[in-house]
Design a protein around this ligand. Structure first.
Ligand code: DGJ
Length: 730
């Protein structure tokens, strides 16, 4: 049993971690422990009870003055309870002031994992248990149901919250976060992944100072700027050792991660929906469901954390029919043509792709409506047959006849003012009446909180999927939400629009997948602006970045790999000089980097030299042969792109440790270079491995030699040179 309850002490056990809370004599739900595995000992003995001054006392505790929610570690701190730190809940229960005091009411434990209506959630068969703890306001019929899912084998504990209004009048929710982690320690670092368009998920480690640090997106998408995944780590935690806690929010809209080191040197971490533009009127009898947080703990450094999260997301989050399959190697026409194409040119590119051994051709933006630039056409989801020179069906059939699958780009959540859809339904765009809208990429955002908009999009996309042979959709989203006003809601409820819009997106995705369960969805948001665990519930892979430069991708893909499995990272070989940063890299290196995930091509295949075509055929054959390692192997970040070294390296080892692939990309050149030894990980020390580099046999070495002595790397022959190793146990 992974959940035990004794005298109102709730202990959640995973294979390597323990999480504990306790409903004390005053019915406050305290957080007593989260860390390396211990036992059912009541860890509340760790809490120091003292009068710290200027810390208020809840009713009935004022005589002692040592009992204050201002410093006690808690599971779900609420505003108004005398806790002056960051909080999970701000709710006005009718007084006009947010003043909840949540007391323990009851609990239940059951086998299996809870789900959340309308929201993505991790799932399990029998291999998980759920704990529900019901808290109630000290006076009102206002309840908070805390949900905990325990996935013992991957050291994951999920959390979510249901707010239940059983009062006679409405409550107004001004902040609902999904989880709080109160650790009775400080000196921790927050590892987070910031960025911008074309430069996503750059890793940063920030020591937490006293006070509050916040990472947030107010953009209606999880965003390029911050990722809803963070790690709290000890100061000395490394890739291979030390304690760290990962927390991922399964949410694709605006979010907030707050970390506070308080006056008593304790650390609090809170994750949830961004509260800035949020408010929610919860009527009598209604419930509000928060998105889920996935928490994971590792005592074996970042690598241990990533391995657990990769396994957890692969087995318990990604649902697609494609989840365990080799993903199609695609050729996408975006960087080849942008909007400037016709059906004939598209078929020429597809024919080249088929000749190289590619699996799927993807027709990107520009195939529909009057869309010859980004100024028009979004919303008009019918093929521009004049531009294509045929129907979409005919195009797809021709592509299929070449032996390729066919994929299509959509950006369902958007609308161009110059479109038939806008001319017919101007009120479907989010905009404040009487004020000029904020435009992004010259487009507006559809009001995804409206049922009629979702029905319409469902009809359009299903209509195409029902009549045209399409195996894959690239689901794009190319601007941030701003001034998001829905005509469906009164002024005082506009704070609900952004979350309702996210629920609308999820509903649409769910409906499309229900009708077309075999469809492969690739998430995209101007590259990786919506790369989050919420999206992975619908899309087993996500376009990692619009930046396809192999060298910049090293950091982008490195940062992405901390939480998200390699099978989710979509990466393509593109042309040089790169269209975003103008860098030229060897064709080989572009392939080596793009194989660090879901592999494909994104360049005009008609313009490739014969030599490049031969190289592409070799890359495709290599990826096909070793796809299980690239997509599903145990991933090791061997040399970080942030390290002061002239190369970056990574590897993937088979679950049975009998095979591995390793890649090295040189980022710097030196005259008279010294010897570089790359130490591998994840092999069996006593076994002997046959080692090949770029197809050349180098001999047989023991796992111990390769892990402790390493591989002697070759001297690079050109700027951004690279090599690939393959190892097989004899
Ligand atoms: C942004 C995406 O990230 C690109 O790959 C491409 O699909 C463009 N949008 C098309 O407008």
């Amino acid at each position: 049993m992974s959940i035990s309850v004794k005298n109102n002490v709730f202990t959640l056990q995973t294979r390597n971690s323990t999480y504990q809370m306790k409903a004390d004599e005053r019915r406050i739900l305290l957080h007593t422990y989260y860390g390396a595995k211990t036992d059912e000992t009541d860890h509340s003995y760790l809490i120091q009870m003292a009068d710290h001054g200027f810390s208020g006392n809840i009713d009935g505790t004022e005589d002692e003055r040592v009992y204050s929610l201002d410093y006690l570690p808690q599971e779900f701190p609420a505003l108004g309870s005398g806790d002056h730190r960051i909080h999970c809940l701000a709710a006005d229960l009718g007084s006009g002031v947010c003043d909840c005091l949540l007391l323990f009411d009851s609990y239940k434990v059951y086998d299996g994992k809870y789900s959340i209506p309308g929201l993505p959630a991790m799932f399990a068969g029998e291999g998980a248990q759920t704990l529900e703890i019901l808290l109630k306001d000290c006076r009102e019929e206002f309840y908070v149901r805390l949900l905990y899912g325990v996935f013992e084998d991957v050291d994951i504990i999920t959390r979510s919250v249901v707010i239940e209004n059983r009062m006679e009048g409405p409550a107004v929710l001004k902040k609902v976060s999904s989880a709080c982690v109160d650790l009775m320690e400080n000196g921790l670092e927050l590892v987070h992944f910031y960025g911008r368009h074309g430069c996503e998920r750059q890793m940063e480690k920030s020591p937490l100072p006293h006070g509050i640090m916040e990472l947030r997106s107010t953009r209606g998408a999880s965003s390029h700027q911050h990722n809803p995944f963070v790690i709290l780590a000890g100061e000395h935690t490394t890739e291979e050792s030390g304690i760290c806690y990962g927390a991922a929010l399964l949410y694709s809209g605006g979010f907030s991660v707050q970390a506070e080191v308080d006056q008593m040197d304790q650390t609090r971490l809170i994750l949830g929906i961004d509260a800035q533009d949020f408010s929610w009127e919860l009527g009598p009898g209604e419930c509000f469901y928060s998105p889920e947080v996935c928490m994971c703990m590792s005592g074996g450094g970042y690598e241990g954390l990533s391995h657990r999260l990769h396994r957890g997301f692969q087995d318990h989050l990604i649902r697609s029919a494609w989840k365990d399959k080799r993903r199609p190697i695609v050729a996408n026409n975006w960087e080849a043509t942008h909007f400037d194409f016709d059906g004939k040119g598209i078929l020429e590119i597809a024919r080249e792709a088929a000749g190289l051994g590619v699996d799927m051709f993807v027709l990107d933006d520009g195939w529909f409506g009057e869309r010859d630039s980004d100024l028009s056409g979004l919303g008009d989801w019918y093929a521009n047959e004049e531009k294509l020179g045929c129907t979409l069906s005919e195009l797809s059939e021709e592509v299929h006849e070449m032996g390729l699958m066919f994929g299509l780009w959509f950006e369902p959540e958007m609308i161009s003012e110059d479109s038939d859809l806008y001319r017919e339904h101007p009120d479907w765009a989010l905009a404040i009446p009487g004020r000029a809208p904020i435009r992004g990429r010259s487009q507006l955002v559809l009001d995804m909180s409206r049922g009629d908009v979702i029905d319409h999009l469902h009809r359009c996309i299903s209509g195409i999927l029902d009549t045209v042979r399409i195996e894959y959709i690239k689901w794009d989203m190319n601007r941030s939400l701003a001034a998001a006003y829905s005509r469906m809601l009164p002024a005082e409820r506009q704070g609900e629009v952004r979350h309702r819009a996210v629920l609308g997106v999820y509903e649409l995705l769910e409906r499309i997948l229900k009708d077309h369960p075999g469809l492969l969805l690739e998430g995209c948001c101007g590259g990786g602006g919506r790369y989050d665990a919420g999206m992975l519930y619908y899309c087993p892979q996500i376009w990692c970045s619009d930046n396809t430069d192999a060298i910049e991708r090293l950091r982008i893909q490195y940062g992405t790999s901390f939480a998200y499995p390699m099978s989710t990272i979509s990466a393509h070989v593109s042309a040089c000089p790169n269209e975003m940063n103008f860098r030229t890299t060897p064709f080989k290196t572009r392939g080596v980097c793009a194989m660090q995930g879901v592999f494909g091509y994104e360049l005009d295949l008609r313009r490739m030299s014969q030599e490049e075509k031969e190289a592409a055929k070799t890359q495709i054959a290599y990826f096909r042969e070793h796809y299980r390692l690239f997509q599903f192997g145990t991933y090791h970040r061997l040399v970080s792109p942030y390290e002061d070294k002239s190369y970056t390296a990574w590897g993937s080892v088979a679950e049975d440790q009998k095979e591995a692939v390793v890649a090295v990309v040189y980022t710097d050149l030196h005259a008279n270079p010294r010897a570089e030894h790359l130490k591998l990980r994840g092999l069996v020390g006593e076994w002997s491995y046959r080692l090949c580099r770029d197809g050349e046999e180098l001999g047989t070495f023991t796992g111990a030699a390769l892990m402790n002595g390493g591989i002697l790397l070759p001297v690079p022959k050109e700027n951004y040179d690279s090599c690939q190793y393959y190892l097989k146990a004899e």
